[in-house]
Design a protein around this ligand. Structure first.
Ligand code: ADP
Ligand code: ZN
Length: 720
């Protein structure tokens, strides 16, 4: 009898055996539909010996229902799923689901139905229908997506379909993507670029695993450089994956890509419509999507014929996923390249210490672009000691920074003020009774957003209108804003320089590709004098007229003192400084700080990157932190505080005693309440040689957790 083992999309079951019916042909990687009780479940046929065995006798096995019409998952991708599951202590089915379900339903024809307004009106108008019709002008999507856009139920929209107000449109998901031309417009490279590009092209031709760290200062032209190995992979008929940290802000990348290759790449990110998603997924799995540019989830797509992976701004935090399967796309991309036997390029001007260490120990090959393209100079950096040159009361810009802003405005040049805090003020309180607005679901203050007139939680998305009176003491008009956010800085600039055109750039204001594109257009054309932005504006932008960067509070990121505080501060300030003086005019950077003597600030001011990395390396070595030791976090959470605490304490009582391993906790997690769940945390620190994952899984396996308790394992957590 023909019996196969399947990985099924159910974490509790994991692996199940099935009978292959007469006439059906399956092999490892085939995506199948299988019976489970009265229902159907998606599964992937797997090598038997790699999944736990199953003792159901042959005679009792149920038969597979059908093979889905998609190419089987390749062996390298199956190995990647296994590795990710083992390394991050996540169920294999959860990892495999990132591959498959991201493509939406796999069954079905080459078309999907979307709906759009027909122009007709319903016989009977209701407020909900009216709201829906208003909201859906110009939109076309599935009913479920339209319901999200319009904020009404799917039922209301089906009613409108019945009335002919919404009309169906058949969308083909087999439409081909336009072909890229590897030689569309080849730029002349500088000698440095030429050398680096040549080495990468050679690696693509070799068809071997080869990890590279492309370490190039801001403005050195890393993008143009890695376009060359991409072109080579395309000439060889192979696919290329480019991971970018912030897909909403890739306008600049896309236009350069199109200039170089003649057509846009295939995009992959979480806000794609389901028709676009399915179209991209199919084309990727069939090998017809040549270049895919995406957020971290693009790493798990079923490429048919991958030839190269590029991770741009590889140091970015957003490559780390912090829920579900907690993985770091930067690290997993190296593993994918290893299984696929291809080169991978991690590009950054401020590499993570872990990446530099890998290069130093010879595991990654380091390629350097030490100077800016076209002879542009790196900006001049200076600190402003806020204790000696303080701003006026209730102001945040010191006199020297104000003078510099005035100077640029007079010359018609652009300035950028950086503060990594969205909204108007991080804390709002009642001046009468001291009441502080706190999120009901999280241990966090509500942040005032004046532009949208909301108090918002930045952790769970909870929002309320600011009340007229204090909810505690009833005093009217008593709310005071404490501390600055970008909106408040923008107000201050507007007061000091009333003629300046000021623009706030954050994920609130640039929340769609269209708005981002418009902002970039305005900034490039000189229609903005002062940009006030969060970390969103620290990367990727190239505004030639931008000559002044002001860092409002360099100490902000150092508070709390977590593992990566210094590195993060270094990266953010160096990146935002890198926006200045990229054109013909030289740039200046002013860093406001209360601690100009702190090692990281001093290194920034001196432009001495090596000094920073050396000090940081020593600090990490001393603390047994990565890359010298390994850390993991275990988070126990429940909606019931007592239940969470008890589960954590019980787990603590059975902690393993191992050499070279320390377990701290349980202690309330940094966000002790998050989205309505109380959280307790263990931190596990181990020597590199310790088999951390095995020990953690064995330890967790000793416990029976109540149904309301969730256990999350975070290997190589970003911060703690
Ligand atoms: P980085 O990503 O290293 O900060 P960019 O890739 O943004 O630097 O390059 C900086 C600027 O120089 C961009 O405007 C880019 O288009 C331009 N540039 C880089 N290399 C070339 C080249 N070989 N020919 C023409 N322009 C280039
Ligand atoms: Zn919240």
């Amino acid at each position: 009898m023909n019996r196969v083992r399947c990985l099924v999309f159910n974490a509790a079951l994991g692996a199940l055996d099935y009978r292959v019916p007469e006439g059906m042909s399956v092999g490892p990687g085939s995506v199948v539909l299988a019976p489970l009780g009265p229902r159907q479940i998606t599964g992937i046929v797997w090598e038997e010996e790699r999944l736990p065995a199953n003792d159901v006798p042959d005679a009792k096995l149920r038969a597979l229902l059908e093979v889905l019409p998609v190419p089987p998952l390749s062996a390298p991708l199956r190995r990647l799923i296994e590795w990710t599951s083992d390394y991050y202590c996540a169920p294999m089915s959860a990892v495999a689901r990132m591959v498959i379900s991201s493509g939406g339903a796999l069954k079905g024809p080459g078309t999907m139905t979307e709906y759009r307004l027909s122009g007709g009106m319903p016989e009977r108008m209701t407020p909900q229908r009216e709201a829906a019709i208003d909201a859906l002008q110009g939109e076309q999507a599935t009913i479920r997506e339209l319901s999200g856009i319009a904020g009404v139920s799917e039922g209301v929209l089906r009613g409108l379909v019945g009335q002919g107000v919404l009309e169906p449109v058949l969308v083909s998901i087999d439409r081909p993507f336009p072909a890229t031309d590897p030689d569309f417009e080849v730029p002349e490279l500088s000698p440095d670029q030429h050398e680096v590009a040549g080495r990468l092209v050679e690696a693509v031709k070799a068809r071997e695993f080869a990890p590279f760290l492309l370490d190039g200062v801001t403005g050195s032209g890393k993008t143009e450089t890695y376009f060359e190995p991409m072109a080579e992979a395309l000439r060889m008929g192979r696919q290329v994956l480019v991971l970018l940290p912030e897909i909403a802000l890739t306008e600049n990348f896309l236009s350069r890509f199109e200039q170089r290759f003649g057509v846009p790449p295939v995009l992959w990110h979480s806000s794609l419509k389901s028709t676009e998603r399915r179209r991209a997924w199919r084309a990727i799995s069939e090998g017809n999507a040549q270049v895919v540019v995406g957020a971290r989830s693009a790493l798990f797509l079923p490429y048919r014929n991958l030839g190269l992976i590029v991770v741009d701004e590889a140091h970015e935090v957003s490559f780390k996923q912090d829920d579900g399967v907690r993985y770091n796309a930067r690290d997993v991309s190296v593993m994918r390249a290893r299984f696929e036997k291809i080169p991978v390029v991690l590009a950054s001007a401020t590499p993570a210490l872990e990446s530099l260490q890998m290069a130093e120990s010879g595991i990654y090959e380091k390629l350097d672009l030490p100077s800016r393209f076209g002879g542009a100079q790196l900006p001049h950096i200076d600190t402003i000691n806020l204790t000696e040159e303080p701003p006026e009361r209730q102001r945040w810009l010191s006199p020297r920074l104000v003078a510099a802003l005035e100077d640029r405005l007079a010359k018609g040049e652009q300035s950028l003020l950086f503060l990594n805090r969205r909204g108007f003020a991080p804390l709002t309180l009642c001046r009468n009774c001291g009441f502080r607005f706190q999120c009901p679901n999280c241990s966090a203050w509500l942040v005032e957003h004046r532009l949208s007139r909301r108090l918002a939680c930045h952790h769970c998305g909870h929002e309320t209108m600011p009340p007229e009176t204090c909810p505690e003491c009833g005093e009217p008009d008593c709310l005071v804003a404490c501390g600055p956010g970008v909106e408040r800085i923008a107000d201050e600039v507007a007061e000091i320089l009333p003629e300046a055109r000021v623009s706030v750039a954050t994920s609130d204001t640039l929340n769609s590709p269209e708005r981002a594109a418009q902002f970039i257009h305005e900034a490039e054309s000189g229609a903005i004098d002062v940009i006030v932005g969060t970390q969103l504006v620290t990367k990727g932008f190239h505004f030639p007229e931008l000559t002044l960067v002001g860092v409002i509070d360099a100490d902000l990121g150092l508070e709390g003192g977590d593992l990566r505080a210094a590195e993060r501060t270094y990266q953010q300030v160096a990146q935002v400084a890198g926006r200045a003086g990229r054109g013909a005019k030289p740039g200046e950077v002013l860093i406001q700080t209360r601690h100009p003597e702190a090692a990281v600030i001093a290194a920034l001011a001196a432009g001495d990157r090596d000094a920073f990395y050396e000090a940081e390396t020593e600090a990490r070595r001393h603390a047994g932190a990565p890359p010298f030791g390994r850390w993991a976090a275990i988070i126990i959470s429940s909606e019931d505080d007592q239940e969470a605490r008890q589960a954590a304490n019980r787990l603590g009582d059975s902690r393993p005693q191992e050499d070279d391993l320390t377990i701290l906790g349980p202690a309330p997690a940094p966000l002790a309440l998050l989205r309505g769940r109380y959280r307790y945390r263990f931190l596990v620190n181990a020597r590199r040689s310790v088999e951390l994952q095995k020990i953690i899984l064995r330890w967790l396996g000793t416990q029976q957790f109540a149904p309301g308790v969730r256990v999350g394992v975070d290997i190589d957590p970003y911060s703690f």
